[in-house]
Design a protein around this ligand. Structure first.
Ligand code: NAD
Ligand code: IPM
Ligand code: MN
Length: 357
């Protein structure tokens, strides 16, 4: 069985963390005989600097022709003044749209070794095991927008939010199916007390729930959900929500597990799937060799599981990550002094994972 992996490091720490995740994939390949081959392509600001576009056609084509995409991160202050259509972030938005990746799965679990490291109290985070199912190619991200116009002598800008029933149905269906494989509970998050798109969202999810009577469905307003994630995160199993709310809630939920640097994701649709950590290019620490590579390494594990259906290889990577944490290896984002842990850099953290494979 030969698999083609497209590797898109992107910008900032994206370069450092994907390099480590590929090392882990190569080791797991050697162990399980997966026969992986890699095609690396530019995207984001790096591609803009070289080719004048954040998402070269060839990059998208290589991703489409692959069995799975491993993506790092794009963006950075260097490109803040670039015109909106050419911003680095357009690369990941274009890949999601171009590959039809309508769903983004963002699991949040707390490793035993990190319970004491969460900014939340240990008794609140112990046992947290939730997944945010974020709609990824619709909503306000992809609606019509106006960067600038003059109205009554004042400059204004606008972004339109819209969702159709089929768009909501397909993401909600995935959430119900996901819940069936877990603890059979779906929390749909919206702002139906204010937004028309949210009222359509809630109606659609409620109607679909009739096909899933074995799954318990609750609705929460997004402001309350943001609070509930901090006060009682164990109440959640599957959270399904729109593009913007899912973006915000997943960064918040990442805190539960100790650091955003630990959080992986899988973006799936009808074609090739894409796997990336939920964090960005972290310009504040880029190039220093201190970024946490585990979110990307765990994204590689999700690639093995969801794109290649190599369960044993995925389990092995996840177990090796747990063991590296259990032996006290900590990058700066999860290091606490005087707890007997060892502070390590990006490379050493990946070395620790490799040692347990
Ligand atoms: P960010 O996620 O890059 O960083 C937020 C904070 O978390 C920073 O303090 C950073 O140092 C820290 N952090 C993030 N990942 C880490 C890791 N692996 N290890 C240790 N610490 C880590 O968010 P931001 O600063 O708001 O955005 C920076 C750039 O990244 C922006 O250009 C943004 O658009 C882009 N971005 C890209 C993606 C993506 O490519 N999917 C996702 C989010 C943000
Ligand atoms: C993410 C990022 C992206 C998003 C940006 C970079 C477009 O924040 O993957 O969470 O908003 O989806
Ligand atoms: Mn985000």
């Amino acid at each position: 069985m030969a698999y083609k992996i497209a590797v898109i490091p992107g910008d900032g720490i994206g370069q450092e963390i994907t390099e480590e995740a590929v090392r882990v994939l190569k080791a797991v390949d050697a162990k399980f005989g997966l026969d992986l081959t890699y095609e690396t392509r530019d995207a984001g600001g790096t591609a803009y600097d070289k080719y004048g576009t954040p998402l070269p056609e060839d990059t998208l084509a290589v991703c489409k022709a692959s069995d799975g995409v491993l993506f790092g991160a794009v963006g950075g202050t260097k490109w803040d003044a670039v015109e909106p259509a050419l911003r680095p972030e357009r690369a990941i938005l274009g890949l999601r749209k171009g590959l039809g990746l309508y769903a983004n799965l963002r699991p949040v679990k707390v490793a035993d070794a990190l319970i004491a490291h969460s900014p939340l109290k240990p008794e609140l985070v112990r046992g947290v095991d939730l997944v945010i199912v974020r709609e990824l190619i619709g909503g306000i991200y992809f609606g019509e927008k106006c960067e600038s116009e003059q109205v009554d002598g004042a400059e204004r800008a606008w972004d339109m939010e819209n969702y159709s029933v089929p768009e909501v149905e397909r993401i909600a269906r995935l959430a119900f199916e996901t819940a069936r494989l877990r603890r059979s509970k779906v929390t749909s998050v919206d702002k139906a007390n204010v937004l028309a798109t949210s009222r359509l969202w809630r109606r659609t999810v409620t109607a679909l729930a009739e096909e899933y009577e074995d799954v318990r469905l609750d609705h929460l307003y997004v402001d309350n959900c943001a609070m509930q994630l901090a006060v009682r995160p164990t109440q959640f199993d599957v959270i399904v929500t729109g593009n913007l709310f899912g973006d915000i809630l997943s960064d918040e939920a990442a805190v539960i597990g100790g650091s955003i640097g630990l959080m992986p994701s899988a973006s799936i649709g009808t074609g090739t799937s894409l796997f990336e950590p939920i964090h960005g290019s972290a310009p504040d620490i880029a190039g220093q060799g201190i970024a946490n590579p585990l979110g990307t390494i765990l994204s590689a594990a999700m690639l093995l599981r969801y794109a290649l259906h190599e369960e044993n290889a995925a389990d092995a990577v996840e177990a090796a990550v747990d063991e590296a944490l259990a032996e006290g290896k900590r990058t700066a984002d999860i290091y606490i002094a005087d707890t007997g842990c060892t502070k390590v850099g990006t490379r050493e953290m990946a070395d620790a994972v490799l040692a347990h494979l």
